[in-house]
Design a protein. Structure first.
Lengths: 195, 87
């Protein structure tokens, strides 16, 4: 007889397995690796189910775990675009601006409402290659905030930093990510964008 | 009148911060004014919103592509076995 409330992991696999798998396989380009990542995601979810706060949906929560796994995987592969490959000095955000505090290179116009699946796929491919190439703590702060939706306070505790440090990390992550995405060609030059 | 209001460098920091915390009203207002006048900082802001949107994206194309498909029945069973063993 089973007294403890039974987590229905079978139904998780049936309900979310394919969606997680498709997301993973699109990023890592290998069925086997994607299967492994999905399995690891479910294992991690079962082990940490008491940390699921129910603030997000189960699906969002499972995808969050998978995204961490995808980023970890990308870090080990050659597809990662390292920040130092596109910037001489990634720590120097001053270089993004001229002496007067204006943009050194104007931000490009991005299609911010990609309707087509192909557009989203392309964006996400570049996005994860860039994200996995950020310095670890910078990437961590970004993922905690944007993927996991944690508050600044929660991130401060996890990374043992002050709120001001957290904002600096998040700012750096965003600046480097958008730079990286433009480096790989996201956002077309618009006419009259530089005068 | 604070000088930073007019500099893209400072506005970019504040725009980023505004995504994680609420800013004092006068900062908020100064940013709004700057964004109205500066297409590049407006683009920057939209880029940050796009990064957020794509970070939270949780779906995938169910329709195809040679590798885009489903987990096999065998794989699903294997994963279920592993999960049951954990519980």
């Amino acid at each position: 007889m089973e007294g403890a409330p039974q987590l229905n992991s079978d139904s998780w696999v049936d309900q979310y397995g394919d969606a997680l798998f498709r997301f993973a396989v699109a990023r890592v380009k290998s069925r086997e690796i994607a299967e492994d990542l999905v399995q690891e995601t479910f294992l991690a979810a079962v082990q940490s189910q008491n940390r699921f706060k129910g603030l997000s949906s189960e699906k969002t929560w499972l995808f969050g775990i998978l995204k961490h796994k995808v980023i970890d995987h990308c870090r080990k592969t050659k597809s990662t675009i390292h920040t130092q490959d596109i910037l001489d000095d990634p720590d120097n955000l001053e270089a993004f601006f001229n002496a007067k505090g204006g943009w050194q290179i104007s931000p490009a116009h991005w299609s911010t409402n990609p309707g087509k699946t192909q557009e989203i796929k392309e964006f996400l491919d570049h996005f994860y290659r860039c994200l996995s190439g950020l310095p670890q703590r910078t990437a961590d702060a970004f993922v905690f905030r944007e993927v996991d939706g944690l508050s600044t306070e929660e991130i401060c505790k996890l990374l043992d930093i002050t709120a001001a440090n957290c904002w600096v990390l998040l700012y750096r992550a965003r600046m480097l990510l958008r730079k990286c995405l433009e480096f790989v060609g996201f956002g077309r030059p618009q006419e009259g964008s530089k005068k | 009148m604070k000088h930073w209001m007019f500099r893209c460098k400072d506005v970019s920091q504040k725009v980023s911060q505004s995504m994680d915390a609420s800013l004092p009203y006068h900062h908020h207002l100064a940013i709004r004014v700057h964004l109205l006048m500066c297409r590049y900082c407006s683009r920057f802001r939209r880029q940050l919103l796009m990064l957020r949107k794509m970070s939270r994206y949780v779906d995938s194309d169910p329709s195809g592509g040679e590798m885009t498909s489903e987990l096999s029945i065998e794989t699903k069973e294997r994963i279920k076995e592993r999960l049951r063993a954990l519980q």
